[in-house]
Design a protein around this ligand. Structure first.
Ligand code: EPZ
Length: 429
C-alpha cells in the first residue's frame, strides 16, 4: 500500500487507540497453553495479528472471530509440534510458541524468527532460559528443536531484561508445576498483561521484589481478557497532533508513557493528562526546545517511539539527539526523513537532528521497520505540499490498524493507493 499525503493540515479531535499489538501477540501464543477456550477482546486489526492467528490455526487451534475485535480460540485438531516457517519468518513474536508447544507436547520445532529488521536479533536468552527449565535445545537448519521429558521449575537470571525472553519463559513456566523465578525481567506493561492472563488461566504469575514468580500447573483452564490500549500507537498519534500544530486528545493510559510525556514537556509541548488519556496542542513548532533522549528498557524512553519522535524533532529549532539504547539499528527512517528535507546525521547508535523551519513534499520508501513507516507518514503530514510514502513491504499495517483512516478522521489529507495504482512520478512532475 502507498500513502499519498497533502501536508500542512492541523490534526484535531479525539483518538481511541486499539488494543496493544505487543500484548495481544503474546496473549495469542498463551492460548496454546490450554485446551479450554479463551476469549480475547480489543484485538487490533493488524497484519502481525492475522499472522499469529493463522499460526494458531496451523498448529491446530480453532479461531473464531466474534466481531468487534473479539476472538475465541478453542481446541481444534491435536496440537502440532512444528510451526510452519512461512508464518514464523514473518513475525518475531511467533517464535514464542516454542516454549508452550514444548511444555504441552514434550518436543517442538520452530524456525528462527523474522519480523522487524532492527539489527541482529538473537534469541539466546530465550534458549538459555528453556535449558534452565530442563529442555534440550538444538539449533538445526535455521530453526530451533527443543525436547524435554519433563520440564522442571527453575530460577532464571536474565543478563538483559529482554521483553520477548521474559514473556516466552513466563508462558512456558505456566505449565511447569512448581515455582519458577525470572530475575532481572522486563518491566514493560505488556509483560504485566501476560502475567495477569496466566493467573486467569490458573497459573498465578506476579512481580515480587523486582523478580517475576510463576506458579506453574500441570493443566490450565480457560479465561477471557481485554487487551490494554496500545501505548506506542497512543504516542504516535500524540506526536502527529504536535507536529501538525493541532489539538488532539488520545484515550490511553498516561502512566504507561511517563518518559515520553516528560520528553514532550521538556520540549515545551502543552499537554494535559487525565485518567482517560492525554490532550496535546501546539501552535508553533519554532517555540519548542530541542532535547537529548536515550531509548532504554521500560521504564525508560520506549524504542518504538524513537522513529516518530525523530519526525517531530526534524522541525524543532536547534540540535536534538536520540541515542538508541535497545536495538542496534533503529534508523531505517533517516533516509526518508532526509528526502523530506530533514537534517539527520547518524553517528554510531545516535541520531543527531538539526531542526529545519519547513519540510518539503517528496516520494519516500518505508523500509524494515513499521515505526519508521509511521515516522515518514507523520513527517509528510507536516510538510507543505504533496508526498508519496511507498510501503511495498506493508510495514505500516503491521503496527498500526486503520492508520490512514484514523488520520483522515482527524483532518489529514491522506489517501491509500494500491501498489499497482501508483505509477512512479515522472521527473519534474
Ligand atoms: C519487543 O521485541 C517488541 N515486540 C518490540 O516492538 C519492542 O521494540 C521491544 O520488545 C523492546 O520494547 C513484541 O513485543 C512483539 P527484546 P523483543 O527481547 O522481544 C536483544 C514493534 O515495533 N536480545 O527486549 O524482540 C535484542 O537483540 C516491535 O512493535 C538478545 O540479545 O525485544 C535487542 O537488542 C519492534 N538476545 C534487545 O535485546 C535475546 O535472546 C531488546 O530485545 C533477546 C533479545
Amino acid at each position: 500500500m502507498n500513502y499519498r499525503i497533502l501536508g500542512g493540515r492541523a490534526l484535531t479531535g479525539e483518538v481511541t487507540v486499539p488494543g496493544a499489538k505487543n500484548a495481544v501477540l503474546h496473549l495469542l501464543a498463551a492460548a496454546l497453553l490450554t485446551d479450554e477456550p479463551v476469549v480475547l477482546r480489543d484485538v487490533p486489526d493488524l497484519r502481525d495479528v492475522r499472522t499469529q492467528l493463522a499460526l494458531l490455526e496451523a498448529l491446530g487451534k480453532r479461531v473464531e472471530p466474534l466481531g468487534e475485535g473479539t476472538y475465541r480460540i478453542a481446541p481444534g485438531r491435536a496440537l502440532a509440534a512444528e510451526a510452519p516457517s512461512e508464518l514464523v519468518r514473518q513475525l518475531r513474536a511467533s517464535f514464542h510458541v516454542l516454549g508452550p508447544l514444548l511444555a504441552r507436547l514434550g518436543e517442538a520445532y520452530v524456525p528462527l524468527p523474522g519480523g522487524d529488521v532492527l539489527g541482529p536479533r538473537p534469541v539466546d536468552l530465550h534458549l538459555r532460559g528453556l535449558e534452565a527449565l530442563g529442555a534440550d535445545v538444538e539449533v538445526v537448519e535455521g530453526g530451533v528443536c527443543a525436547r524435554a521429558r519433563r520440564l522442571r521449575p527453575a530460577t532464571i537470571a536474565l543478563p538483559y531484561p529482554s521483553v520477548g525472553a521474559t514473556i516466552h519463559l513466563a508462558l512456558t513456566a505456566a505449565l511447569v508445576p512448581g515455582t519458577t523465578v525470572i530475575e532481572n525481567p522486563a518491566r514493560e506493561p505488556e509483560v504485566d498483561e501476560i502475567l495477569a492472563f496466566l493467573s486467569a488461566l490458573g497459573a498465578p504469575a506476579r512481580r515480587k521484589g523486582g523478580r517475576i514468580e510463576v506458579r506453574g500447573r500441570e493443566e490450565l483452564g480457560g479465561a477471557e481478557h481485554r487487551a490494554m490500549p496500545d501505548r506506542i500507537c497512543a504516542g504516535t498519534y500524540l506526536l502527529a497532533g504536535v507536529l501538525t500544530r493541532g489539538e488532539l486528545t488520545v484515550r490511553c493510559r498516561p502512566w504507561h508513557l511517563r518518559p515520553f510525556l516528560d520528553t514532550l514537556r521538556a520540549m515545551g509541548v502543552e499537554l494535559r493528562e487525565s485518567s482517560e488519556g492525554v490532550a496535546v496542542r501546539c501552535e508553533d513548532l519554532r517555540a519548542l526546545r530541542p532535547v537529548a533522549v536515550e531509548t532504554e528498557p521500560y521504564p525508560g524512553f520506549p524504542t518504538d517511539l524513537h522513529p516518530p519522535l525523530a519526525a517531530l524533532l526534524s522541525l524543532v529549532p536547534g540540535e536534538s539527539r536520540i541515542r538508541e539504547g535497545v536495538f542496534q539499528d533503529r534508523f531505517a527512517y533517516a533516509q526518508g526523513l532526509s528526502a523530506l528535507g530533514a537534517r539527520v546525521r547518524i553517528r554510531g547508535r545516535e541520531a543527531i537532528i538539526e531542526g529545519v523551519p519547513q519540510l518539503r513534499g517528496a516520494e519516500v520508501r518505508v523500509e524494515r521497520d513499521n515505526r519508521a513507516g509511521a515516522a515518514l507518514v507523520l513527517a509528510a503530514l507536516a510538510t507543505e505540499g504533496e508526498s508519496l510514502v511507498r510501503d511495498e513491504e506493508e510495514q505500516i499495517p503491521r503496527g498500526y490498524s486503520r492508520f490512514a483512516e484514523t488520520l483522515r478522521s482527524l483532518g489529514a489529507d491522506i489517501t491509500e493507493e494500491s501498489l499497482i495504482a501508483t505509477q512512479p512520478r515522472e521527473e519534474g512532475e
